[in-house]
Design a protein around this ligand. Structure first.
Ligand SMILES: Cc1cc2nc3c(=O)[nH]c(=O)nc-3n(C[C@H](O)[C@H](O)[C@H](O)COP(=O)(O)OP(=O)(O)OC[C@H]3O[C@@H](n4cnc5c(N)ncnc54)[C@H](O)[C@@H]3O)c2cc1C
Length: 291
């Protein structure tokens, strides 16, 4: 049973922030409720006031800003992202990712902002957005600020957001010429077992820059700079990536992996190496098409 609570439905972000200030520690932001209502039901958290963010226009849109960056509102659902032609054009890897989040019921209800703010370590978008160099826009009693996703996740279920801050939007930079971004995961149950995201850029016949992120393997999703370094300088030829991919897999095997119901730490390290190969090839193919 969920203990009784009041539901506030503000009409604007400033009204939402004022409502939060009035309710203080007893309030929580509420979007799809797919995580929040579960933890309340289990008695792990108790709030007297839930402040519904779904009706706030500031959190609802998907657009491309003047710099060409893709801007996704914090209350946009997984399903809306999956079906968005703008996302399909600007960041096709995110559409593919979203189509495999949870099940259609959770995707219809759950939002991208709720996913990132809950900071469950088995998050699909978190890992991809980390490789894509995204940042989040926050707004709270102290005003607005931006935080890179790299640094947003502090520990499982803990982020750098303060409780009074609303995640307004996620901003993903436009892909540069010759840049490709891809995400691959292994999944045995509802959430990912291990996932790898790769962003790389090709110039001429070489990979000149690469960023690798891994999720569901360590406490929080992390970048693996040594894996990116191993790929940078490699030929932009999928058949000539054996040694760089082996070096990248070795770097991932050094991570402090955490075993869970999906497999042991060693199994996860192995999976990460396998996924690095497929994610790199997919990113390379997109990069060559954009060059
Ligand atoms: C059965 C199941 C399977 C799942 N499988 C996957 C999977 O395969 N991959 C994956 O990535 N995820 C998976 N998830 C997680 C799912 O993506 C999240 O549950 C969902 O996105 C959370 O969004 P929500 O809107 O429901 O958040 P809520 O439950 O409403 O909120 C979650 C938390 O975030 C806070 N919050 C919400 N929105 C904001 C905001 N805009 N600003 C500030 N704080 C906010 C709330 O206060 C709360 O603390 C699964 C979940 C379930 C239940």
């Amino acid at each position: 049973m969920i203990p009784p609570f009041a539901l506030a439905r503000p009409a604007s972000v400033s009204e939402a922030i004022a409502t939060f200030a009035d309710a203080g520690q007893d309030a929580a932001w509420y979007a799809g409720g797919t995580e929040l209502l579960q933890v309340m039901k289990m008695g792990l958290a108790r709030f007297g006031t839930l402040i519904d963010l779904k009706g706030l226009p500031e959190l609802r849109g998907i657009a491309v800003d003047a710099s060409g960056a893709l801007v996704i509102g914090g209350a946009v659902t997984h399903r809306e992202i999956e079906r968005s032609s703008i996302v399909g054009r600007e960041l096709p890897g995110l559409v593919g990712l979203e189509a495999h989040v949870a099940n259609v019921r959770v995707r219809n209800q759950g939002t991208i902002g709720g996913n990132l703010c809950f900071a469950e370590p088995h998050s699909d978008p978190a890992t991809f957005l980390l490789a894509c160099d995204a940042h989040v826009e926050l707004w709270g009693a102290g005003g607005a600020r931006e935080l890179p996703i790299d640094g947003f996740f502090l520990e499982p279920f803990v982020t750098a957001r303060t409780p009074d801050e609303i995640l307004l939007a996620i901003v993903i930079p436009k892909a540069a010429a010759g840049e490709g971004r891809a995400y691959e995961k292994a999944k045995f149950r509802e959430r990912p077992a291990v996932s790898v995201a790769v962003r790389l850029r090709v110039a001429g016949d070489a990979i000149v820059e690469a960023v690798v992120a891994v999720g569901s393997m360590t406490d929080i999703p992390v970048r693996v700079p040594e894996a990116g370094t191993a790929l940078a300088g490699a030929p932009a030829d999928p058949s000539a990536l054996g040694a760089p991919l082996a070096a990248g897999a070795e770097a991932m095997a050094e991570l402090d992996a955490v075993g869970d119901l999906d497999g042991s730490a060693d199994f996860k390290r192995h999976l990460a190496g396998v996924l690095l190969r497929s994610a790199t090839r997919a990113a390379l193919s997109e990069a060559i098409a954009r060059a």
